[in-house]
Design a protein around this ligand. Structure first.
Ligand code: IMP
Length: 197
């Protein structure tokens, strides 16, 4: 495989994937580079893997080349694994993460249940005429009792990682790249593609 099209509009994710796959000589392009626009794809799956597959398959049919897609989110055990696949849509796309994060802390406090939580990242690679490859990795932690840290995005300021005694928003980029769900999934993908060639 010489080239992979990434079915994402997120430039940060595309940059991370590029950095990893450059090392094995695979050129990474965004779907916008190839089609000139970002197709609007409805995430109708019930799991992270299903949603990653829907995105990768839809774009593969449009470009007829290998396509990689990912889907990620936060599962909070005390909230029956919510927000889960609805992480970006939970409480509305336009609600700030300061509000969403405080709401999660309040709900977990009120539940009296264990504070365990995890970020999940699923990836799907679809190649024309081949069986899709899927990967799912997690980043295990806890919901902190307050918002802390300036790095990262989304739910990082309430996601406490006990081994480093920090929230994910207090971790450096290097630390997050060592432990995160997305970094682990990318490392697995790198290994699979390296063995494939
Ligand atoms: P998507 O994979 O782009 O659909 O992102 C799903 C949502 O999950 C994001 O908008 C964030 O709310 C959340 N999320 C996924 N990964 C992370 C992370 O590494 N840190 C913080 N929030 C995350």
């Amino acid at each position: 495989m010489k080239e992979i099209i990434v079915a994402s509009t997120n430039s940060g994710k595309i940059r991370e994937i590029k950095a990893m796959l450059d090392q094995i000589g695979i050129e990474v392009k965004s779907v916008k580079d190839v089609l000139g626009y970002n197709p609007d794809i409805e995430e109708t799956g019930t799991t992270f893997v299903e949603n990653a597959l829907i995105k990768a398959e839809t774009v593969m049919k449009l470009v007829n080349r290998p396509v990689l897609a990912d889907d990620s989110g936060l599962e909070v055990d005390a909230l029956d694994r919510k927000p889960g696949i609805y992480s970006s849509r939970w409480m509305g796309e336009d609600t700030s993460y300061d509000i969403k994060n405080q709401k999660i802390i309040d709900l977990v406090n009120a539940s009296g249940k264990p504070r365990t939580a995890r970020f999940i990242c699923a990836m799907a690679l679809c190649e024309p005429g081949q069986k899709p490859i899927t990967i799912e990795e997690s980043f295990e932690g806890e919901i902190y009792d307050h918002i802390a840290g300036e790095n990262g995005f989304g739910y990082d300021p309430i996601f406490y990682f006990p081994p480093l005694h920090k929230t994910s928003a207090e971790m450096s980029m290097e630390e997050k790249n060592e432990h995160s769900h997305r970094a682990k999934a990318l490392k697995k993908l790198y290994k699979i593609l390296k063995e494939k060639d």
